[in-house]
Write a protein that binds this ligand. Structure first.
Ligand code: 5GP
Length: 186
């Protein structure tokens, strides 16, 4: 493996288990800093402002973009805007922490252009059927939203070859170890 990257971008389709993998990775490597995105999506039950996301209005989001405060941003699933505030990422890197961004394909492509030194990892499901099963069984989206997310997932799956590495999330434990190794954490 080449030198540990300062910045790692993790993308992958809806319901592939990015949240679970990232939470387990953070637990195992407290030095890791995971960027807290800003979003115009309303919080889900149990989500905490400033921890899971910075929940902002459309106006607040647009003004962050206009002032150049976003490292990248995208309209995800054609509905809500999500973006990475630039300053906390730069600060954490300057302090010597490995930094992880968990963002969508559009965002990953933007970071590829502006931070070509970053490492790009795609988290893939064991199969398409398994992805559908995970999305339906988590039950956080209604039927229309599930269909929209699966549509985006199809596009994202086709783009997996653009990434430096593909990690298959068949077991969380194994996916976490693989990701940690790619990030030079172990
Ligand atoms: P959710 O609404 O389920 O929390 O997230 C939906 C999607 O938004 C996920 O696929 C996630 O990768 C993406 N996302 C979360 N934060 C960001 C961000 O800061 N930038 C971009 N481009 N996508 C994000």
């Amino acid at each position: 493996m080449t030198e540990a990257p300062a910045l790692t971008v993790l993308a992958g389709p809806t319901a592939v288990g990015k949240g679970t993998v990232v939470a387990a990775l953070k637990e195992r490597h407290p030095d890791l800093r995971v960027s807290v995105s800003a979003t115009t999506r309303p919080p889900r039950p149990g989500e905490i402002d400033g921890a899971h996301y910075h929940f902002v209005s459309d106006e607040e989001f647009d003004s962050m973009v206009e002032s150049g405060d976003m490292l990248e941003w995208a309209l995800v699933h054609g509905r809500n805007k999500y973006g990475t505030p630039r300053r906390p990422v730069d600060r954490a890197i300057a302090q010597g922490h490995p930094v992880l961004l968990e963002i969508d394909l559009d965002g990953a492509r933007q970071v590829r252009r502006t931070r070509p030194d970053a490492r790009f990892v795609f988290l893939a499901p064991p199969s398409w059927e398994e992805l559908e099963r995970r999305l339906v069984s988590r039950g956080t989206e209604d039927g229309a939203e599930q269909r929209r997310r699966l549509e985006t997932a199809r596009v994202e799956m086709r783009a997996s070859a653009e990434f430096d590495h593909i990690v298959v999330n068949d077991s969380v434990e194994r996916a976490v170890s693989e990701l940690a190794a790619l990030m030079g954490l172990e």
